[in-house]
Design a protein around this ligand. Sequence first.
Ligand SMILES: Cc1cc2nc3c(=O)[nH]c(=O)nc-3n(C[C@H](O)[C@H](O)[C@H](O)COP(=O)(O)O)c2cc1C
Length: 364
Amino acid sequence: MSFTHPSPGPWTIKRGQTTLTVDHPIIAGPMAGGLDPPYRMILHRIGCPLSFTEMISARAVFEEAGRTNRLFSWLPDEGMSCAQIFGSDPGYLAHAASEMERFGHHMIDLNAGCPKRKVYRTGAGSALLKDPENLLKCVGSILDAVKVPVGIKMRMGFHHLEERSLKALVSDLQGMGISYLAMHPRTMVQQFSGKADRELIDRMSSWTDVPLIASGDVRSPEDIMDYLGRGAKAVMVARGLLGDPTWIRRAMAALTGGSWEDRYPRTRVQLHHHLFLLKEHLASSVEWYGEERGVIEFRPHFGWYLRNFCGKREFRNRLYSLTDVKGVMKLIDEISPVWAGSLHDDQSLIIQSMIGAHRKDLSE
Ligand SMILES: Cc1cc2nc3c(=O)[nH]c(=O)nc-3n(C[C@H](O)[C@H](O)[C@H](O)COP(=O)(O)O)c2cc1C
């Protein structure tokens, strides 16, 4: 499999005199409960060029003013970061955006897609799509409040796609000066069912000059190239990253001439690397949240890293009775021998690939 077009190279997000260069087109999408600061730090170390924060309530930022909420802050170890805020009140959103800029985030995103009832009930998230007038007011007040680039992540509609209104909305947003547009081409009613409507990305790319970021069902390098071929400047990966921090690096390797490897370790070296990252993730979580909360926040990630591995349930049940980091590290050490039995030996894998190369030589 080789990918030659279009190039998976750097791209830029601009506003006024500011130009942010993103190293490549695979970025980490926002995921409440999945992409917290400890995981963003791991992803950055492994080659993720830009990640979105979990959605942050603009009202909560206002109510917590003066207190330090570490969830809002940004650390250099997270790399380039886009703070995603949600709300429906232009005043709260402007305040939250300026706080996020002050904390060091590189850009601000308005959530116009969240399908959760408790969010859209307040007029925020996907409900903004039903009230374009307020959506535009919200974007305007965010733009006025900050100097960093501002964008919006949206779904294609609330109940259904109304393409003419969407096109008009995109044109208004571009006219106001947004710096990118991220689209998850499903409606709010669809939630995560069905397939993302990729053809909408083809059409949208002709409606706008700002970078279009596509989100939805990106699971392989072919998915990435498909979206880029339709005119997206970048793709966002969300669920594909859960428990799989090397996903972006492996995808980039495949896009630049290597072969695609799925998430499951085939060799002892890969297994050790997977478990090493699991431990790093735990350490990062504990450093960020403190020991007890760090272990608790780590629990779902542990399940995702072990997805589809034998013995997963037993290990997960044991994890839930632990609250100390030493105990969890010991538990992770017990995983290796259980899995290792079902793996190829590195040596045999090397020999196999040599035989493969030899056969190829003979056939040429
Ligand atoms: C658990 C979970 C939490 C999410 N949280 C957010 C969020 O906070 N803000 C947002 O804009 N999208 C959120 N999303 C949507 C994703 O960013 C993404 O658009 C969607 O999952 C489709 O991409 P995927 O197929 O790569 O997962 C979330 C998705 C999941 C599964």
